[in-house]
Design a protein around this ligand. Structure first.
Ligand SMILES: Cc1cc2nc3c(=O)[nH]c(=O)nc-3n(C[C@H](O)[C@H](O)[C@H](O)COP(=O)(O)OP(=O)(O)OC[C@H]3O[C@@H](n4cnc5c(N)ncnc54)[C@H](O)[C@@H]3O)c2cc1C
Length: 369
């Protein structure tokens, strides 16, 4: 039986461990804290699932495959992990990122509609279309209950026979991993360490502090039908209340450099003001709503927002640099990575450790921080 050590029980590591255990591998999953612990990127209350990715067509295919997987995983876990409320993209120009995305969705047969800005009033109790050119509607997008999903996938992995080891792993010789006094050995090792990866390996990655905010909105804003939304040009995004934790409205601008282990997890007053400024512009009726939930998380950003999937020595794999758009893909990425580990296919060259040219077309943010 082939064996593998996966380091990191965020959504990437846990999904991979589950996939490998269910396809005949003997799997050990090492985590320094616990699956769903509040420092990991996967422990955010919610994460968006969307297929629009600008001109790119690789990630939309993966997201579309992942959508199906999330539905299945929810059934297996016995709870709705993914809430498909749809997503509205607020396009400020007729020929920008949303236009490019629509062309790709069309080519891939992924459902979408182009709507008039005034149609936004069909989706929200109060909506101001000022300055918008059109709306891109993705009916098969939505919100993943991220922290719950991360814990549920770890539970499924345990049930599938994955051995969990608690401790901080360090690279040892070849594919070996040391955890305290224990030396673990396997045919392959995958370091799926999120924002901790640059502390272990030389990777092209910057870790930034990201504040997220949910607002306590009146009941008419708390129905399951309120969709997710993104304003790429304004680097703002959010969604309706799916968890009882309020309506999310937050900025995707890159925050300051951050240490995922020791960084202070307090939201800046400026982040609250920025979110309110956006609400005032687009959803003025709730601009004064109180903050219900605030979370500090971190992006592990590569310069071009492409992930890192690279073999640094025989059998030693790095998997990271999710660049703030990795959660949704996790179950489909796990299947892709299982194929890489089995030698069925090589990873795309875009994921290599080459020098990256700065670009942000894959993110939901059209502006630098
Ligand atoms: C504010 C914010 C909003 C986002 N929005 C979206 C979104 O809408 N849609 C989307 O798809 N994605 C989104 N993302 C990105 C998504 O959250 C990440 O892509 C995903 O969670 C990355 O998972 P991961 O498993 O790689 O990392 P993590 O969840 O951070 O997990 C890494 C794990 O590795 C462990 N670890 C690290 N080093 C060691 C070690 N040496 N030994 C043992 N364990 C170790 C850590 O403790 C941690 O648990 C967002 C991210 C943020 C921060």
């Amino acid at each position: 039986m082939k064996s593998v050590i996966v380091v990191g029980a965020g959504i990437w590591g846990s999904s991979l461990a589950l996939r490998l255990a269910e396809t005949g591998w003997q799997v050990t999953l090492v985590e320094q804290h616990r699956p769903g612990h509040l420092r990991q990127a996967s422990a955010g209350d919610t994460r968006l699932l969307r297929c629009a990715h600008g001109v790119d067509d690789w990630y939309p295919r993966l997201a579309w495959a992942a959508r199906e997987e999330w539905r299945r995983l929810g059934e297996r876990a016995g709870e709705e992990l993914y809430h498909e409320a749809g997503m509205l993209w607020f396009a400020g120009t007729p020929d920008g990122w949303e236009h490019d995305s629509a062309k790709v969705l069309k080519n891939l047969d992924i459902p979408y509609e182009i709507l008039d800005p005034a149609d936004g009033a069909r989706f929200f109790p109060d909506f101001r279309p000022d300055g918008l050119s059109f709306l891109l509607w993705e009916p098969n997008a939505g919100v993943i209950r991220a922290r719950r999903a991360t814990q549920a996938i770890a539970g499924l992995a345990r049930a599938a026979g994955v051995r969990f080891v608690r401790g901080r792993a360090k690279p040892s010789e070849g594919t070996a991993v040391s955890v305290g006094v224990e030396e673990l050995r396997a045919d392959r090792v995958v370091w799926a360490c999120g924002a901790w990866l640059p502390g272990l390996f030389d990777v092209p990655m910057t870790v930034t502090k990201q504040d997220t905010l949910h607002f306590a909105v009146p009941v008419e804003w708390s129905t399951p039908g309120i969709p997710a939304w993104v304003d790429h040009g304004a680097s703002a995004y959010g969604h309706g209340d799916v968890e009882g934790s309020g309506m999310k409205a937050t900025s995707d601008l890159e925050g300051p450099v951050f240490d995922p282990e020791t960084g202070l997890r307090a939201v800046d007053a400026g982040s609250v003001e920025r979110a309110r400024d956006y609400l005032r512009l687009r959803f003025p009726a709730i601009a004064g709503a109180p903050v219900l939930l605030s979370q500090v998380c971190q992006y592990a950003l590569t310069p071009d927002a492409e992930w890192v999937i690279a073999e640094t020595a025989p059998g030693v794999w790095l998997m990271g640099g999710d660049s703030g758009h990795g959660f949704k893909h996790a179950p489909a990425l796990a299947a892709y990575m299982a194929g890489v580990l089995a030698g069925d296919h090589a990873p795309e060259p875009r994921f290599g450790l080459h020098e990256r040219v700065p670009a942000r077309g894959l993110r939901t943010s059209g502006r630098a921080g």
